[in-house]
Design a protein around this ligand. Structure first.
Ligand SMILES: CC(C)C[C@H](N)C(=O)NCC(=O)O
Length: 533
């Protein structure tokens, strides 16, 4: 236990409402630290600090840092205990959210998606946030029908100009799921088995969004001051390319986003059992190749996109890819990832790439072609020989630095038309790119990443792996480009959560410890010097 005996004062007394005084003539950064210290101490009266009255010497300065971390540890334990004690409520909150079939790809489920966004707004309002449901307009469907997009929910907790402002981005729309696709349980009825919470959207991304809300709420319930201002941006179209969100961010660049210092995204998972921080995602160019006429040759078109050894055959695509640097190679070497475990997790006996570095590089930083389906072709059981009048092939190409979706669109269209013309087909081909999301890559030297690592260490007592993500979070690059701010991804999903697949789950452990991770991260974030924002 400590007793306040020291005197810390700032020249700017009105900014220092604590009973600690010190005349202190060092630079602005030190002053800022002293001020931050005073803020931290406002609710804590059992602190000792010994420092020189005239001058903040190095020893005193370190004492301050020590006290700051003591106070933070003190608050963390209190908050973590609160999280543990309320975990049943958190599971119930997740149950309510998973029960909403907020599938953004199915127009018939759009009312459910609207309801989901209302539930998000309601939760943030109950927490006392300044909440807005932003109308982002309509979406044009392939048949030219127009459909209202789900509103984007924004919220704000705190607006202290002396604190950092963190913006939490997440989404509450989900991929489709049907019991008959191979789920062991009803995908929209959260089911707990062996410590895992099964349900569509549990990991991607409903539990992480809730965990961020629980983290903020824990401070409120314990009457503790939030160490940073927190904003939320929650959308309902992530799974189909974040339609309408980019325009909303551009429109609110100088309003809602003007005071945002950092953006955090928790829409991804760890690579292994070791916690991770994600510093890059691949982008995605999603194509529709529609063949109209009496003769269908669509699968032939697909076959010309990639070789059996995984080489993309569209001219001009591979040439744009940034080469793997020696530093990257070394980073990948140090990452905890067992190739045999990975094989057994995805249920295959052999892979196209066998070394750890090759495999990670092809998951994260080389482009791939994915075949997603054919619309219009006969797909029921039986042996009909029906000839469809129109068939639409769907595929995507993941984007990595330095690919440019506009160039990829042109190259793919030229390639398919060239292949098609050589068939002398009486049919017509239309190629359209419906999603063009750029890759995102962060500067891991930024102090934000130190804050993330320290938070992981505090909660899990290990250093995180720094990883990239092979999937796409379409808006991450837009956030970076439009706001000019740093982004970090703090995943809490497990490596085996089965996103987009059958039996998606999040473990209770990851959900609850993940909530604590966010609390620890808020604390660490508040300690970044404001001058480096
Ligand atoms: C693991 C992905 C980054 C999660 C993300 N929510 C997602 O589903 N993205 C769409 C994609 O196809 O990658």
């Amino acid at each position: 236990m400590f007793t306040p005996t020291g005197h810390v004062w700032t020249e700017d007394a009105h900014r220092n409402p604590v009973p600690l005084k010190h005349s202190y003539k060092h630079g602005a950064r030190d002053l800022e630290k002293a001020y931050k210290f005073s803020t931290v101490c406002r609710d804590v009266d059992n602190i000792t600090i010994g420092c020189s009255k005239d001058k903040m010497n190095i020893g005193a300065f370190h004492s301050i840092l020590l006290v700051i971390s003591t106070v933070h540890a003190f608050q963390y334990n209190q908050l973590a205990q609160y999280i543990d004690e309320h975990q049943e409520e958190y599971v119930e909150a997740l149950r309510d959210w998973v029960a909403v079939e907020s599938d953004s790809s199915n127009v018939l489920r759009r009312p459910e998606l609207h309801r989901m966004m209302e539930m998000v707004a309601q939760k943030l309002q109950q927490m006392g946030g300044t909440v807005e449901s932003v109308d982002i307009g309509e979406q044009e469907l392939p048949d030219k029908q127009r459909l209202a997009l789900p509103k984007v929910v924004t919220a704000q907790f705190g607006s202290d100009p002396n604190k950092h402002t963190l913006c939490v981005y997440g989404h509450v729309d989900v991929q489709p799921a049907k019991l008959e696709d191979g789920w062991a349980t009803d995908p929209f009825n959260l089911t707990e088995m062996s410590g895992n919470l099964y349900g569509r959207g549990a990991s991607d991304n409903k539990a992480p969004v809730l965990a961020w809300m629980h983290a903020v709420e824990a401070y409120q319930k314990l009457s503790l001051e939030l160490p940073v201002n927190v904003k939320f941006v929650i959308e309902g179209m992530e799974e189909t390319g974040s339609n309408g969100l980019e325009a909303m961010i551009l429109a609110q660049k100088d309003t809602f986003f003007s005071d945002v210092d950092y953006i955090v995204v928790s829409d991804c998972g760890w690579l292994s059992r070791r916690p991770a921080i994600t510093y890059g995602t691949r982008g995605n160019c999603y194509f529709l190749a529609e063949v109209r006429g009496p003769k269908d040759i669509t699968p032939y078109l697909w076959d010309t996109l990639i070789s059996p050894s995984g080489k993309i055959l569209v001219p001009g695509i591979r040439e744009a890819v940034a080469p793997l640097s020696d530093d990257e190679w070394r980073m990948y070497q140090d990452i905890e990832f067992d190739v045999d475990d990975y094989k057994s997790k995805i249920g295959v006996s052999k892979l196209m790439y066998n070394s750890k570095v090759d495999l990670l590089a092809h998951k994260w930083r080389y482009p791939t072609v994915s075949i997603h389906g054919i619309e219009g072709a006969f797909s029921d059981p039986g042996t009909k020989t029906v000839i469809p009048s129109k068939v639409c092939a769907k595929f995507s190409i993941r984007q990595v630095p330095n690919m440019d979706p506009a160039v990829v669109e042109k190259k793919v269209s030229e390639h398919l038309h060239s292949v098609f013309s050589k068939r002398h087909s009486p049919n017509t081909l239309t190629v359209s790119m419906v999603i063009g999301a750029k890759p995102w890559l962060a500067d891991i030297q930024h102090p934000l990443y130190e804050a993330g690592k320290a938070a992981v260490k505090r909660v899990f007592s290990v250093d995180p792996d720094l990883i990239r993500e092979g999937g796409t979070i379409p808006i991450s690059r837009t956030f970076q480009d439009v706001t000019g701010k740093s982004i970090i991804m703090m995943p809490i999903g497990g490596f085996d959560d089965g996103l987009h697949s059958q039996n998606e789950k999040i473990s209770r452990y990851n959900y609850i410890e993940g909530t604590k991770l966010f609390i620890a991260f808020l604390n660490e974030l508040s300690q970044i010097e404001r001058a480096v924002v």
